[in-house]
Design a protein around this ligand. Structure first.
Ligand SMILES: [Zn+2]
Length: 481
């Protein structure tokens, strides 16, 4: 029996299991749901054990538990691959606008509606089905590469304990590639693979002037005004061409190659519909780049909020004593968040007039961007972060793309995502190349009311996963010979 037939025959069982899992409200952000997050981890361990994983266990963290599972390859010299996903979900409440109880999953035709259906339980679960299908099709007792699964329980809460979990278990997690199944495809009829995610760093800027608010008749025009100082600082963040004008901001930025730009341009992007979703009447940004390029492959500076002086009813003619803003930067591969922080501080210090004092407080070290090495497909320099190994040099992406193309029967294009989770930590701490294999859709309403998943796409995900292990083994063998 081939993998596709096996998967189709087990559709009912798969959907029933997923519904069972989705009915556990594993909301990591809600302390009252801690027991449910644990129950969700235990459910997954039982499911993976039943699927045949020789190892499946709950891993404790200082927060919510994760799940680890491993199915060793028959050949002890075969490479290892780690699948990453998460079993916690975003909060959901009927009152938010759900048409049905978010934790009573319902099938509506080919759709399954429920919190976590797409993000991320459905996409974790298809891996177990895919591996079963591969073994049924090949008749082997074990996969051709060692398959490990790490499914965390705090992704929707910012993965606060995830880097520590990775470091503590580095030996057992050791792998030659990381497969992330927590992203989306372009559209049901346009299968695609995410190949990069932007990083981020954010801060608050506080500008202080006079010791108290001053009468603008007595002092206005004769002492520096913090609100004006802040406005000048913020207005200078961008040049007329939309580029970020902070000196050194673009240091290290990996430029996107003409081939990747061409692949992005081939995606059927409806800018008018995108603007309607945004509720905006115009697109704007860095000159020389398309809208998709602006949100995927270019770094940005964004003013997230600002406040100062009198904002209540009526007027109050003052020189305010202080002014404040929240500023964030989206970063692309090659940019170091700490360098960006240092460059922004220098920009602020240079720009502020005498008589004003400024404090810039960053929320933390920031998150680096991450990317798959696609240089062997779209040209450009190989990934600077490529750790080599059997899937270095872009072999992981070529294998995963081949697996998806077999399942979908059509060319798989590349996309990126504008934001990210803990993927950069996975790649850095485990020193393995990243590849994204996922079948969620942008209209799955993840994090929103009425989240759903397309069941036929989850089955395609399972089929892609079934092919993935053989493709990876084949690509690794190619690399060794
Ligand atoms: Zn997710």
């Amino acid at each position: 029996m081939d993998a596709r037939t096996y998967i189709e025959r087990h559709r009912g069982e798969f959907v029933a299991a997923l519904k069972d899992w989705l009915s556990i409200p594993s909301v990591s952000a809600d302390p009252l749901r801690a027991g449910d997050v644990r129950r969700s981890a235990e459910w997954l361990v039982a499911h993976l054990t039943e699927a045949g994983f020789p190892t499946a266990e709950v891993w404790e963290t200082a927060g919510a538990p994760a799940v680890f599972a491993e199915w060793p390859a028959e050949d002890p010299a075969a490479p290892s691959v780690l699948v990453y996903g998460h079993h916690d979900v975003q909060p959901a409440d009927l009152a938010d606008g759900w048409h049905t109880d978010p934790f009573v999953p319902v099938e509506q035709g080919d759709r399954l509606v429920g919190r976590g259906a797409s993000d991320d339980k459905g996409q974790v679960l298809f891996h177990a089905l895919g591996l079963r299908a591969l073994l049924a099709a090949s008749g082997a007792a074990a996969p051709p590469v060692t398959v490990k699964l790490l499914v965390e329980g705090e992704e929707e809460s910012g993965s606060p304990h995830f880097p520590d979990l990775l470091r503590r278990n580095r030996d057992r997690l050791a792998c030659d590639a990381v497969v992330v199944s927590d992203t989306t495809m372009w559209a049901a009829d346009t299968p695609s693979m995410c190949v990069g995610m932007r990083g981020m760093t954010d801060c608050q800027v506080d500008v202080y002037g006079p010791a108290t608010d001053l009468h603008s008749g007595s002092f206005g025009g004769a002492v520096p005004n913090p609100a004006r100082g802040l406005a000048d600082l913020l207005s200078g963040l961008h040049g007329a061409d939309g580029r970020v004008a902070v000196p050194g901001f673009y240091d290290g930025v990996a430029e996107v190659t003409p081939q990747e730009r061409e692949m992005i341009a081939r995606l059927p992007f409806d800018e008018a519909a995108w603007l309607r979703t945004a509720g905006s009447t115009a697109a704007s940004g860095e000159a020389g780049y398309s809208t998709l390029e602006r949100v995927w492959v270019r770094p940005t500076a964004e003013i997230n909020g600002m406040w100062s002086g009198h904002t209540g009813a009526g007027s109050k003619t003052i020189v305010p004593r202080s002014a404040h803003a929240k500023v964030s930067f989206r970063l692309v591969p090659g940019q170091d968040p700490l360098h960006v922080q240092e460059r922004f501080r220098a920009y602020v210090a240079d720009r502020l007039p005498a008589g004003l004092r400024v404090e810039v407080e960053f929320a933390g070290p920031g998150v680096r961007a991450c990317a798959s090495d696609i240089s062997s497909i779209v040209g450009g320099p190989p990934s600077a972060a490529d750790p080599g190994g059997p899937f270095g040099g872009g072999a992981a992406v070529r294998a995963a793309r081949a697996a998806m193309q077999r399942a979908f029967g059509t060319e798989v294009l590349f996309t990126r995502e504008g934001g990210s989770g803990p993927e950069a930590d996975l790649a850095d701490i485990l020193a393995a190349p990243l590849v994204f294999l996922a079948v969620g859709l942008n209209d799955d309403r993840i994090h929103a009311p009425n989240e759903k998943v397309e069941i036929p796409l989850l089955l395609k995900g399972a089929e892609s996963a079934a092919h993935l292990w053989t493709e990876l083994a084949a690509h690794a063998a190619g690399a060794r010979s």
